[in-house]
Design a protein around this ligand. Structure first.
Ligand SMILES: Nc1nc2[nH]c(I)nc2c(=O)[nH]1
Length: 269
C-alpha cells in the first residue's frame, strides 16, 4: 500500500471539487488547462466561459499574489469537452509551501479531469534555435526546485510524464512546434549567467519557476499531461542587457493568442 501525501491535501482537493460542482452545476470535467503568465489571450481564444469565479470561492485556494485575471477559474466547453481553465497559478516562490502549488491540479483531478494542459512562460536557453514568442512543447523536465508534492514511498514512474500522444497531436496541428526539456527552479530570482551555462550543460532548453510539481501531481493522479512553454525571454547572459519582467510578459501575450486555437484543435482530437 503506497503511503500517499497527507490525506488532508486530498481531502481539501475533494472539498474544492465538490464546491466547484455545486457552483457550476457540472458534475464532472474532462480537461484542465493551467494558463501561465501571459497566456490569458489564449484562454480567451478557447471560447466564452459558461461560468467564471475567483479561486478564493473554493477551499484551499489562496488569493492571487498579484490582482487581476490570475486566481480565477473558467468553465468552458472546448471542442465538446468540459474544460476547467485556471487563469494563473500558485508558485513555489510565494512561500506558501508545496501543497498549494498543486492544489489546482488535485482539485481538477478530484472533479474528474483526465487530461491536464500546463502552460507557462519560460526563459529560452537555446538562442541558436529559439526566438522570443516561440511556443515550445515540453518533452521532459528537470525538477531543480528541491521540492516534490509526493511524500512517503510514492515511487512514481515519470518515464512518459509529458504524453507522447498529446505531443504528437500538437505537432500534427502545428508541425513548426519544437520540443524541449524544461528546467524548473524555485525562484523568485532569475538565474545568473553561470547558472544558465550550468542548465545548458545539463541539457535544459527552457527555464522557469512552475509546472514540474503540477506535472508530478497530475501523473500521480493518472492524468495525461501536455506542457507548453512560451519563450518570453532569452535567458540571462545569452543576450546583452538585463531581464525586464514587463517585456517578458508582453512577448508572452503576443504569442499566446495563437496558442488558444492550437489548444482547442488539439483538444478536439
Ligand atoms: N527561472 C526563470 N524563470 C523565468 N520565467 C520567465 I517568463 N523567464 C524566466 C527565466 O529566464 N528564468
Amino acid at each position: 500500500m503506497s503511503i500517499s501525501p497527507s490525506d488532508d491535501a486530498f481531502d481539501l482537493a475533494r472539498a474544492a471539487a465538490d464546491r466547484l460542482r455545486a457552483r457550476t452545476s457540472v458534475d464532472s470535467f474532462d480537461v484542465a488547462l493551467v494558463m501561465g503568465s501571459g497566456w490569458v489571450p489564449a484562454a480567451d481564444a478557447l471560447g466564452d466561459p459558461a461560468t467564471e469565479l475567483p479561486v478564493t470561492e473554493l477551499p484551499g485556494f489562496a488569493p492571487p499574489a498579484v490582482e487581476g485575471h490570475a486566481g480565477r477559474i473558467r468553465v468552458v466547453e472546448v471542442a465538446g469537452r468540459r474544460a476547467l481553465v485556471f487563469l494563473g497559478r500558485t508558485h513555489l516562490y510565494e512561500g506558501r509551501g508545496v501543497a498549494p502549488v498543486v492544489h489546482g491540479v488535485r482539485t481538477a483531478l478530484a472533479a474528474g479531469v483526465g487530461t491536464v494542459v500546463l502552460t507557462n512562460a519560460a526563459g529560452g536557453l537555446r538562442p541558436e534555435r529559439q526566438r522570443v514568442g516561440d511556443p515550445v512543447l515540453i518533452a521532459d523536465h528537470l525538477n531543480l526546485t528541491g521540492a516534490n508534492p509526493l511524500t512517503g514511498a510514492t515511487f512514481l514512474d515519470m518515464t512518459e510524464a509529458y504524453s507522447p500522444r498529446l505531443r504528437a497531436l500538437a505537432r500534427e496541428v502545428d508541425p513548426t512546434l519544437g520540443e524541449g526539456v524544461y528546467a524548473a527552479l524555485r525562484g523568485p530570482t532569475y538565474e545568473t549567467p553561470a547558472e544558465i551555462r550550468m542548465l545548458r550543460t545539463l541539457g535544459a532548453d527552457l527555464v522557469g519557476m512552475s509546472t514540474v510539481l503540477e506535472t508530478i501531481a497530475a501523473r500521480q493522479g493518472g492524468a495525461e499531461v501536455l506542457g507548453i512553454s512560451l519563450v518570453t525571454n532569452i535567458a540571462a547572459g545569452l543576450t546583452d542587457g538585463p531581464l525586464d519582467h514587463e517585456e517578458v510578459l508582453a512577448a508572452g501575450r503576443d504569442a499566446a493568442a495563437r496558442m488558444g486555437a492550437l489548444l482547442a484543435t488539439v483538444l478536439s482530437k
